[in-house]
Design a protein around this ligand. Structure first.
Ligand SMILES: [Zn+2]
Length: 94
């Protein structure tokens, strides 16, 4: 099926060459990972959310560590909510 648009890739599970026209390997039946999936393409657009979490240094003052700990927790919650909203928004827009 759809051989005209098929591209051969090496199965990461069994190492045999199979076509990307099918989502699963023709030989072992494992799910194939295409070079660039639609989901990855969607996530690629939201780079601004890719903010690294605040780092806590071992030699920070205990009070500073406490502040950073609270800030990092808040940041993690914010990023989680933001990513959920983006997921819902992008899902609705599609
Ligand atoms: Zn395989």
């Amino acid at each position: 099926m759809f051989f005209f648009m098929a591209k051969e890739i090496k199965c990461p599970h069994c190492g045999k060459w199979t076509t990307t026209a099918e989502p699963h390997c023709d030989f072992c039946g494992e799910l194939l990972k295409p070079d660039r999936s639609e989901e990855e393409e969607r996530l690629r657009k939201f780079k601004p959310l890719d903010i690294p979490l605040i780092e806590i240094n071992a030699d920070d003052h205990w009070a500073l560590k406490a502040v950073k700990m609270v800030a990092r927790t808040g940041q993690a919650i914010f990023l989680f909510i933001a990513s959920v909203l983006v997921y819902i928004a992008s899902g609705a827009a599609h």
